[in-house]
Design a protein around this ligand. Structure first.
Ligand code: UD1
Ligand code: MG
Length: 462
């Protein structure tokens, strides 16, 4: 991070976001795998150190604060949402009084760090009271419109509600991203009067106030309107999500990951993937997942908050949640590594096998139709099709311990708590309720009986 000295920032995140029609505060809605406001803070972090960052919270303040507190920023609570100007005003005592203040809206998640740097540089190198980011939109409805003065500087911002029919035709819009001379900000922000129509104190009115005091305001006109998409309703949320995910897959591809039909793939912002890994269409790789090099992730698979080493093959339609998968492992198709599993190097987990809180030892195999829960399974074990660990007695969960090189025959029912020692065999179709010692064969089923001639006798009777 190149922190620029005497740069403070204020992120406005107090609003409910009525147009979202949601119980949840707008800035907490997620796009690209992160809350909107997290994207804004990430982008600002390129130039502002966390202790110089103030987030204005209001609606669901506790939740927003809980989410952002680990970043080390400061918070100001806006009890009543009286407008963007009011939200800035209440930061007065906490904010730095000199240098520059960067003001960002928490509902603009697409802003890039590069653009923020450019904004700050433009303001720093010019002779303006403030610089704000604008762009041209074909459909500017809903945004504040930029009124330019004759000298090309910004004369005013007119909000949609207050705009005349002619002003509504203006395509240049206000992004809600400003870099302001701090001294002038704190001198004049208190002069904004409530908007007669809405009663809100609009930060956008500061432009005219600064001009009235003999200062000029500059605009940094962006070519890419996508960067400053403000999220006010869910259609825009989906659009932001699409753009963020396209950026993520693009970056991964530039870094050497193969992604087929990337427009169908959802990869969260925090995911890392190694070189020459191949990601098939319709996959979702979520949360804090890390995937190594030379892996393949099959179509339809969902991987969440997991660590996958190199050369792992995840087949089609698998789910992997909060699990660690070591190198050379093969999973799927149709496997479910539900949660908290550790699959060791070279193991195979096949179709319709579910693992939960299970260590599955190196080179072990469970190829079809099994449930292995709360179990600790050694290396070189073979789990036959239809094997079930009965880990729940209706009240408590119990462990199944299986030593190295054990062979569990098909359709075995392993009633936990249970210990099966190394190098033993469990006969197919057994119900195992007692410990199996090493080297033994455990048979837990009724013996087969054949009755010769039984069928023809029965037929004669009928
Ligand atoms: C605002 C701008 C508009 C601009 C648009 C860009 C104003 C008056 N208008 O409109 O010119 O084109 O953003 O997206 O600033 N907030 C608070 N406290 C409040 C009110 C709002 O913290 O009292 C926060 C909201 O949580 C949100 C941000 O400020 O993150 C912007 O508020 P919003 O209501 O979305 O403003 P817009 O109508 O989009
Ligand atoms: Mg908005």
């Amino acid at each position: 991070m190149q922190t620029i000295s005497k740069l403070n920032s204020i992120v406005l995140a107090a609003g409910l976001g009525t147009r979202m029609k949601s119980k949840k505060a707008k800035v907490l809605h997620e796009a690209g795998g992160q809350a909107l406001v997290e994207h804004v803070l990430d982008a600002a972090a390129i130039v502002v150190s966390p202790e110089n960052m103030i987030v204005v919270v209001g609606h669901q303040a506790d939740k927003v604060q809980k989410l952002l507190a680990p970043r080390g920023c400061q918070f100001v609570t806006q009890i009543e949402q009286r407008g963007t100007g009011h939200a800035v005003e209440i930061c007065r005592s906490l904010a730095g009084q000199d240098g520059l203040t960067l003001i960002l809206y928490g509902d603009c998640p697409l802003l890039t760090p590069a653009t923020i740097s450019r904004l700050v540089e433009t303001q720093r190198n010019g002779s303006f009271a403030a610089t704000l980011i604008t762009t041209m939109l074909e459909r500017p409805t809903g945004y504040g419109r930029i009124i330019r003065a004759e000298d090309g500087s910004v004369a005013a911002i007119v909000e949609e509600k207050a705009a005349s029919p002619d002003q509504k035709k203006i395509g240049e819009i206000n992004s809600g991203i400003y870099c302001v001379d701090s001294a002038l900000l704190w001198k004049h922000v208190g002069e904004i009067t409530p908007n007669p129509a809405s009663g809100e104190i609009y930060l956008t009115d500061l432009v005219e106030i600064l001009r009235g005091a003999g200062h000029r305001v500059a605009a940094l006109l962006l070519d890419d309107p996508n960067e400053i998409l403000g999220i006010n309703q869910r259609l825009e949320l989906a659009e932001a999500d699409r753009i963020l995910r396209a950026r993520k897959t693009r970056q991964l591809m530039l870094d050497g990951v193969t992604i087929f039909q990337p427009e169908t793939v959802a990869i969260d912002a925090g995911v890392e993937i190694g070189q020459d890994t191949v990601i098939a269409a319709f996959t979702q790789i979520l949360g804090k997942t890390r995937i190594g090099a030379d892996c393949t992730i099959g179509a339809g698979s969902v991987i969440r908050d997991s660590v996958i080493a190199d050369s792992v093959r995840v087949g089609e339609y698998c789910f992997v949640g909060t699990s660690v998968v070591e190198s050379g492992v093969q999973i799927g198709p149709f496997s479910r590594l539900r949660q908290d599993n550790h699959v060791e190097a070279g193991a195979h987990v096949g179709n319709f096998v579910e693992l939960k809180k299970t260590r599955f030892g190196a080179g072990s195999k469970a190829m079809h139709l099994a449930y292995l829960g709360d179990s600790n399974i050694g290396a070189g074990v073979n789990i036959g099709a239809g094997t079930i660990t009965c880990n729940y007695d209706g009240v408590n969960k119990h462990m199944t311990e299986i030593g190295e090189n054990v062979f569990v025959g098909s359709n075995s029912t392993l009633v936990a708590p249970l210990r099966i020692d190394a190098d033993s065999y469990v006969a197919a179709g057994s119900v195992i309720t007692h410990a199996v010692p090493s080297d033994a064969l455990a048979v837990g089923r009724s013996r087969q009986m054949n009755k010769p001639g039984w069928v023809s006798k029965k037929r004669k009777k009928v």
